[in-house]
Design a protein around this ligand. Structure first.
Ligand SMILES: [Zn+2]
Length: 381
């Protein structure tokens, strides 16, 4: 990618092209993992990976974008910004970077958050042979949250039902029931799937083949969507007090990782979580370790704040509802689709020059700090 060209893209295809061009510029080793389906314009869908640095580095920064498809616009630009910056800023010794672009390419290309099966990959990485985590309150609210039409009357009815639920169970219970993940309603919100999604299997494959020689894995998984204007939120999924949590705190500041900080930025206490990618990779790395060689992981999900403040409660569920309605009622090619998709895009990656510049700068800072930390980690042994 030539300097001066924006790292942000208007389409999935453009994002891929820019990523691969930027990776070529730094002599990355690139691989393409094709998805079995095509995109809405007939384009190829794939997870693209770029390895930068020594193939046998002891410490590898694993940086993923697009776990939630439409959030890939921010994550892709973040990776491309770093690649462009890296041209003049070589890596420290014994550190490599593995960029995984568009982990959920179907969602990315369609401008939607979930996969081709409406699966939330960040709830999908668990053992599907075991009973799935229960979420009984979700079943109570599912019908009310899935209206057949999006008319003001339907939205009012939904808000009434939400109000009754909150009176009975509390505000946090409502948010938790919706977003913690559920395994009972394939046409609902944050569906965790019944088996590993294509994307989950491919991520596992990437970890198994590319990280088997590593000793330390620094982890950055770029997302977007919280309300704000380009600020970053660090969601660290290592337990507080653990060595991994402390390490991530050394890179990005212990304060940034504190639940109090995150709650303030997020706007509410964090929901319960199951099946997230970080834990899946952590478990997999553990299973690849032995007495002689342990593979440790530390890092965080990094959220770029992107959504406009909601004018009132009417809009709180709007973006996920638009996606769900198109998938299961209106169809992805319905008359409303172009306007709805533009609204979803604006929510996850607004086309505002000031926002884009802020995200590009923040991405370089986040990754550079992790790389500096990775260099120290390598020296520790
Ligand atoms: Zn996300």
């Amino acid at each position: 990618m030539s300097p001066g060209l924006s790292p942000f893209s208007g389409s999935y295809r453009e994002a891929r092209e820019k990523f691969i061009a930027a990776a070529h510029m730094v002599d990355a080793s690139i691989s393409v993992i094709p998805h079995p389906l095509r995109g809405p314009l007939g384009e190829q869908l794939a997870i693209d990976t770029a390895w930068i640095g020594p193939p046998d580095a002891r410490t590898v920064l694993l940086c993923i974008s697009g776990v939630h498809g439409a959030e890939g616009y921010a994550g892709s630009a973040a990776q491309i910004s770093w690649l462009t910056h890296h041209q003049k800023n070589p890596l420290p010794a014994d550190v490599a970077v593995l960029l995984v672009h568009g982990a959920n390419p179907w969602g990315f290309a369609h401008g939607l958050r979930g996969t081709e099966d409406n699966v939330d990959i960040n709830r999908n990485w668990l053992d599907h042979d075991n009973p799935h985590p229960a979420n009984p309150l979700y079943a109570e609210i599912h019908d009310a949250l899935c209206p057949q039409d999006l008319s003001p009357r339907s939205i009012d009815a939904m808000l009434d039902a939400g109000g009754r639920f909150v009176q009975q169970h509390g505000q946090w219970a409502l948010e938790d029931a919706i977003s913690r993940g559920q395994f009972t309603h394939p046409d609902g919100y944050h569906f965790g799937g019944k088996s590993p999604a294509w994307s989950t299997s491919q991520l596992a494959q990437i970890v198994q083949t590319r990280l088997r020689k590593a000793r330390h894995v620094a982890y950055v998984d770029f997302h977007s969507g919280p309300v704000g204007d380009g600020e970053t939120i660090f969601l660290c999924f290592s337990p507080e007090g653990s060595a991994a949590h402390a390490r991530a705190g050394q890179w990005w500041g212990a304060d940034a990782l504190k639940p109090k900080t995150v709650e303030q930025q997020w706007g509410s206490p964090r929901p319960t979580r199951h099946g997230i990618v970080f834990w899946g990779i952590e478990d997999l790395l553990k299973s690849m370790s032995d007495d002689i060689r342990q593979i440790d992981i530390a890092g965080a999900v990094v959220e770029f704040c992107s959504a406009s403040p909601r004018a009132n409660t009417r809009y709180v569920m709007r973006v996920p509802m638009l996606e769900r309605w198109m998938r299961f009622v209106g169809g992805l090619d319905c008359d409303e689709a172009p306007a709805y998709l533009a609204e979803i895009r604006e929510n996850y990656a607004p086309r505002r020059a000031s926002w884009e510049a802020k995200v590009a700068r923040a991405a370089i800072d986040v990754l550079d700090r992790a790389i500096k930390g990775a260099a120290k980690w390598s020296q520790e042994g």
